[in-house]
Design a protein around this ligand. Structure first.
Ligand SMILES: [Zn+2]
Length: 213
């Protein structure tokens, strides 16, 4: 738990720890994140800061997992993409302070991404869209064949065939890319017309064995 509301995460991947620490950067051991506070931000640290002003989730690096599934509309095979963390920080529900977490987790219902991260995810069928059923606006997978929206709730909370309870066999066939850069985003924003709803945006990444045939 970090008892500071306004942190500025830093994209630091250096062994020269004494140098950045002297310049006012702090290291959170649990999440592995470097950060500073607004009153400590100086010219030397500014080059490690992303151009984003609002966020509720930060990770020191991220995995982009590209798997395949049958589209539930056209039943053809399409690629789908998911962002996974092994450690991260999330803003507390009351908006005060941050919680450090070390756990394999998928992030979904992502509302905004800095340019730096969009460039690294680069998947043509994963982009900002609005759900027909819930009205949520977030980075969404789309079928590569028919363009159908493949909503995060199904992929991460319901559908056992996708990221939720992904089997080890499926994980081994997936493309897994580690991006060794800071991740910062806003996730879990409710829809415009249901501002008070709580939207899930994290789930455990639990890779399971296939049941014996
Ligand atoms: Zn389709």
């Amino acid at each position: 738990m970090i008892d500071v509301t306004n942190i500025i995460p830093l994209d630091i991947h250096t062994d020269d720890v004494t140098d950045v620490a002297c310049q006012g950067a702090h290291y959170d051991k649990v999440s592995g994140i470097w950060y500073t506070e607004p009153h400590e931000l100086n010219g030397a640290l500014r080059e490690y800061v992303y151009d984003t002003n609002s966020f509720n989730i930060v990770a020191p690096y991220y995995l982009v997992i590209t798997s395949k599934m049958h589209c539930w509309s056209c039943h053809q095979i399409t690629r789908i993409h998911g962002v996974m963390f092994t450690r991260f920080m999330k803003k507390n529900q009351d908006g005060q302070g941050w919680q450090s977490v070390r756990r394999n987790s998928f992030l979904f219902h992502i509302n905004s991404l800095p340019e730096e991260i969009k460039r690294n995810i680069k998947a043509s069928n994963y982009y900002l869209d609005k759900s027909k059923t819930t009205g949520l606006r977030y980075w969404m997978n789309h079928c590569e064949i028919c363009g159908e929206r493949l909503g995060d709730y199904e992929l991460f909370c319901v559908e056992n065939d996708a990221f939720r309870l992904m089997t080890i066999e499926k994980l081994l066939r997936a493309n897994i890319r580690k991006v060794n850069k800071l991740f910062v985003s806003t996730a879990g924003n409710p829809a415009e017309h249901t501002k008070t709803d709580i939207v899930r945006y994290l789930c455990d990444a639990r890779f399971v064995m296939n049941a014996p045939a």
